[in-house]
Write a protein that binds this ligand. Structure first.
Ligand code: PYC
Length: 332
């Protein structure tokens, strides 16, 4: 039976949607969130498709479920869902999930203004500020991020020879900086990003293997992070992150910002403790920082933090019934 009613709190983090699904959770097998993610993808992906794609969602839709912690000291776990799949980690999703859950009393923190969250990518600690029942900001301490590949050359039809870096920040990002055949996102329009991103992603994934050294279920370059000149004076850098089949992240992308900081750190262009204000395609900002350094299976890595804000826009009960020919969404 593939039907149900799902209660949701809808909102956005710096412009990108977050749909926190508060009822209708499937029972998931597994000791860790990585194992539970595998079970969800194998048996319950219809829930993601129904709640993310049109007509109940849209190209940019992104959401989450809160589960009990999978570690003894954890406060809660998060499972991320998106049009692109079931992400190991999502930064804007974490900021939204924490904000909505705290404002609706869905998580009881063990420590004041701090949370320990279990995600499929690993432990993510959070600090936040709550005033008069509203969360003003959320700062997440993300999983270790590292530069996986540097200066990879790919031949892109109708574009030319493109040099890219691949960096991990909770998902694997293909990072494209301005160069001869790419003038920067400030000189391109959305249609060019939407046209070339899936081609770049396909070529990179044919040419390279991206697998997390500590969890082989985290694999594949899923997102393309194009860079360019920021619009705001106080931004350190700007990006347009492509995900799914047609989405450009409206937020500065938390895992993308982590991947970008790891890339810049590896190239000597960002230091530990230095603030990194990352601007999104619509001009919203996250404040990133490299909190320290570490290793991921002998690879040099950074410990990134990201600070941002979210707002609730409404609540809904979404009905999914397999007698609807579009119950599990469609893409045009
Ligand atoms: O904020 O990490 C993020 C994210 C991933 C995909 C869209 N946003």
């Amino acid at each position: 039976m593939r039907k149900g009613t799902f209660s949701c709190i809808d909102g956005h983090t710096c412009g990108n949607p977050v749909r926190l699904i508060t009822s209708g959770h499937p029972n998931l097998r597994g000791d860790s969130m990585s194992e539970k993610r595998q079970h969800f993808m194998a048996e319950y992906d219809w829930i993601r498709q129904a709640l993310m794609f049109e007509p109940r969602g849209h190209d940019m839709m992104s959401g989450s479920f809160i589960y009990p912690p999978t570690t003894p000291d954890g406060d809660a776990s998060i499972l991320f869902v998106e049009t692109s799949g079931c992400l190991p980690m999502c930064g804007h999703g974490t900021i939204g999930t924490v904000t909505f859950a705290l404002e609706h009393g869905l998580i009881q923190p063990k420590q004041q203004e701090q949370l320990k969250l279990d995600t499929p990518a690993g432990r993510v600690d959070v600090n936040y500020r709550m005033v008069n029942g509203k969360v003003e900001w959320v700062k997440l301490f993300n999983v270790p991020a590292f530069l996986a590949y540097q200066n990879i050359e790919i031949e892109v039809p109708e574009l030319g020879l493109l040099s890219v870096d691949i960096s991990y920040g909770g998902n694997f990002y293909i990072i494209v900086e301005p160069q001869e055949c790419f003038p920067g996102i400030d000189k391109w329009n959305a249609s060019e990003i939407l046209k070339f991103s899936p081609i770049v992603r396909q070529i990179v994934n044919q040419q390279l293997t991206c697998i997390h050294p500590l969890d082989a279920t985290v694999k594949g370059a899923s997102h393309v992070l194009w860079t360019g000149q920021p619009k705001q004076q106080n931004s350190s850098a700007a990006n347009a992150v492509f995900y799914g089949d047609k989405a450009i992240d409206r937020s500065p992308c938390g895992t993308g910002t982590s991947a970008r900081m790891a890339q810049l750190f590896a190239k000597g262009q960002l230091q530990v403790g230095q603030e990194f204000v990352h601007e999104s395609y619509i001009g919203s900002q996250f404040v990133g920082c490299i909190e320290g350094v570490t290793e991921v299976a002998t690879k040099a890595a950074i410990l990134p933090s990201i600070r941002g804000w979210s707002k609730v826009t409404g609540t809904s009960n979404i009905t999914v019934d397999d007698d609807d020919p579009y119950a599990f969404g469609f893409q045009v």
